[in-house]
Design a protein around this ligand. Structure first.
Ligand code: SF4
Length: 241
C-alpha cells in the first residue's frame, strides 16, 4: 500500500496549483454550503475551459483541481479531464461529495480519462448525521459508502492509481464525531494513498471567510492518539487557508 510523505502537502496544494469551478449543480444541499446547486449559472464550455487552461499552462500551472458545486456531475467530465491533461496539466483532481462514485464504471472512466486524485467531503459517520448535514435522504449515505468502497477496490486492483484526500468540516451538527469519522475513513481506505484534512467551522458566523483555523499541533496529537497503527498515515491539513 502507498504511504503519504510529509512533503505531499506541497505536491497536492501549493505548487503551480489552479482551482477551476466548472459547475454550480449539486445532488446534495449541505447546510454549510455557499456554492451548491445555483440555478442560472452558465457552465464553462469545454472549449472555454481549454482556452483558459492553455493560458494557465503558459503561466506555469501544472496542477489543477476541478471545483463546483459537484464537479463530477458534468456529463462531459471525461472529455474535460482528457483535454486538460493533453494541454500539459500533470496532476488533475476533483472535489466531490462521493455520491457519483457508486455508479457502475464511473471510477474506471475518470481514471482512464487521466484523473489523478479525488478530494472527498467526509463530514459524517452515520446515516442520520449525513441526512441532517446534507439535507438528503438517509439512504444516500449508503450510496456514499458504496462509492468509497468501489474507489478503494479500484485502487487495490490498480496499485493506488487515484489518490484520495478526505476533507472533514466539524460543526455543531456532527459534533463529537471526529473519532468515528476517522475510524470509518481508516476502515474504508485500505489500498489508497490518503491525506485527511480537518477543519472546524462555526455555522452561526457565515459568510465562510471567517472559518476558524484549528491548532494543527493539537489536532496532530488528537489524531495520533487514535492508533491507526501503520495502516495509513493521516496528516491533518487545513485545505482553505
Ligand atoms: S456537496 Fe458540496 S457543493 Fe454540494 S451542497 Fe454539499 S458542500 Fe455544497
Amino acid at each position: 500500500m502507498n504511504r503519504i510523505r510529509l512533503n505531499a502537502l506541497d505536491e497536492y496544494f501549493l505548487r503551480d496549483h489552479l482551482a477551476l469551478n466548472i459547475t454550480k449543480r449539486c445532488n446534495q444541499k449541505c447546510i454549510f454550503c455557499f456554492e451548491g446547486d445555483r440555478k442560472g449559472w452558465d457552465e464553462l464550455s469545454v472549449e472555454k475551459i481549454s482556452d483558459f487552461v492553455q493560458e494557465a499552462v503558459k503561466k506555469g500551472i501544472r496542477n489543477l483541481i476541478f471545483m463546483g458545486a459537484e464537479a463530477l456531475l458534468r456529463k462531459d467530465i471525461f472529455d474535460i479531464i482528457n483535454v486538460v491533461k493533453e494541454l500539459g496539466i500533470k496532476r488533475v483532481g476533483a472535489f466531490t461529495n462521493g455520491q457519483i462514485l457508486s455508479r457502475e464504471g464511473f471510477i474506471e472512466q475518470i481514471a482512464n480519462s487521466g484523473l489523478d486524485y479525488l478530494d472527498i467531503s467526509f463530514h459524517y459517520a452515520d446515516a442520520e448525521t449525513f441526512a441532517r448535514c446534507t439535507r438528503t435522504p438517509e439512504k444516500l449515505f449508503y450510496n456514499f459508502i458504496k462509492g468509497l468502497e468501489r474507489l478503494d477496490e479500484f485502487n487495490k486492483k490498480n496499485n493506488g492509481k487515484i489518490g484520495v484526500i478526505t476533507k472533514t468540516l466539524l460543526f455543531s451538527q456532527n459534533q463529537g464525531q471526529l473519532d468515528l469519522i476517522l475510524r470509518l475513513i481508516s476502515r474504508l481506505f485500505k489500498y489508497s494513498e490518503i491525506i485527511c484534512g480537518i477543519k472546524r467551522i462555526q455555522l452561526t458566523e457565515f459568510p465562510p471567510d471567517i472559518y476558524l483555523l484549528d491548532n494543527l499541533k493539537e489536532r496532530r496529537k488528537e489524531i495520533k492518539s487514535l492508533h491507526f497503527g501503520d495502516k495509513n498515515i493521516f496528516l491533518p491539513v487545513c485545505l482553505y487557508v
